[in-house]
Design a protein around this ligand. Sequence first.
Ligand code: ZN
Length: 99
Amino acid sequence: MFTLLDVSKIQEQLYSVTSLPCPHCYTTVTLEITGYQLWRYNNNASIQDLLPDVEIPVRERFMTGICGDCWNKLFNPDEEEYDDNNCTRFSGNHNCYGY
Ligand SMILES: [Zn+2]
């Protein structure tokens, strides 16, 4: 399952679509797709079939919204910027909930 937000027509057979906002940094990405791709989306095509040339991190943004940067922070917590004070969440505008 994936979601195309803010579908808007640019011209005949060309539409812009926006990803879900990243749950951590609230950024989105916008792509252009064809009318045929939009039709296939509305007919439940998988994202792999619909956007075979789009990089996996970008596809991810249409499924969960998580951006590459936040994904890296979530799954590679040893990298820089990680706040290693017993907080299980990455640093930057986060709440530790007292952990
Ligand atoms: Zn993010």
